[in-house]
Design a protein around this ligand. Sequence first.
Ligand code: TRP
Ligand code: CA
Ligand code: ZN
Length: 316
Amino acid sequence: MKLSVSARALAAGAVAAALLLTGGSLAGAAPAPAPSAAAAPDIPLSGVKAHLTQLQSIATANGGNRAHGRPGYKASLDYVKAKLDAAGYTTAIQQFTASGRTGYNLIADWPGGDTNQVLMAGSHLDSVSSGAGINDNGSGSAAVLETALAVSRAGYQPTKHLRFAWWGAEELGLVGSRYYVNNLSAANRAKIRGYLNFDMIGSPNPGYFVYDDDPAIEKTFKDYYAGLGVPTEIETEGDGRSDHAPFKSAGVPVGGLFTGASRTKTAAQVAKWGGTSGQAFDRCYHSSCDTTSNINDTALDRNSDAIAYAVWGLSA
Ligand code: TRP
Ligand code: CA
Ligand code: ZN
């Protein structure tokens, strides 16, 4: 059409004018931006939820749970490990004993980066014996897995070395993560620049809680949420009740996200986040109704993207 031809002519004229104004050459045009750290990808909610569907199937096929010492735990570990192996991770299973049964941590290293500066992200993969543990803690496990797979898809080569972990026997008292930390040499412990923990990040009546441990890690998560325009609060529901605690005790900077467990959402929290006041963040906490129905998709999506934002930003 005539209109589009003239629009093109105008656009061409604008380019010519810009070239004149900048000295007539493309090389002299607007300076190229300095190379900056790669932007974190959007983590697909569909990928995270596909992992939750698999963890639910594993529980259903194994007596309804994925608890320490039960077959559903090992099947969960094998599922996560196979995905990571296929994506190019170097994986290792660390065995320990708790309550007379064998437990397992899964550690996955992304080849590359400065191994003297390690950024870790992890979550507990075990459930309680009363249910499938889809919010607690399929949610964190699936989101960390999908973030690790996104690192592989992007061919991300950060400055720091990335290590992902799935802990066993958290529900018995942080047993797997404590075993890992206790078995690190002092030198290897000192190389860990940060540990990011994700335990219950898709609660059905969610709050947006950020751990207030290491200030730089806390700021990273707050910046992400500020960008979304979603207010956050400091995590206080049982400080130290998850796998970041052994790292923090050993002097490693820690941080993480949480959407709430058995505490009740207040009217003030509903005013900022929506949901139901006077009701628990997760009414199915540690119970048989912690299934794939026990997930708020918006919270899971935001927190998954926040994990990628922090993993990218803190490892650059
Ligand atoms: N870790 C607890 C569990 O798995 C849940 C929990 C309670 C929690 N308070 C927390 C997790 C604070 C993270 C932060 O049962
Ligand atoms: Ca997303
Ligand atoms: Zn739990």
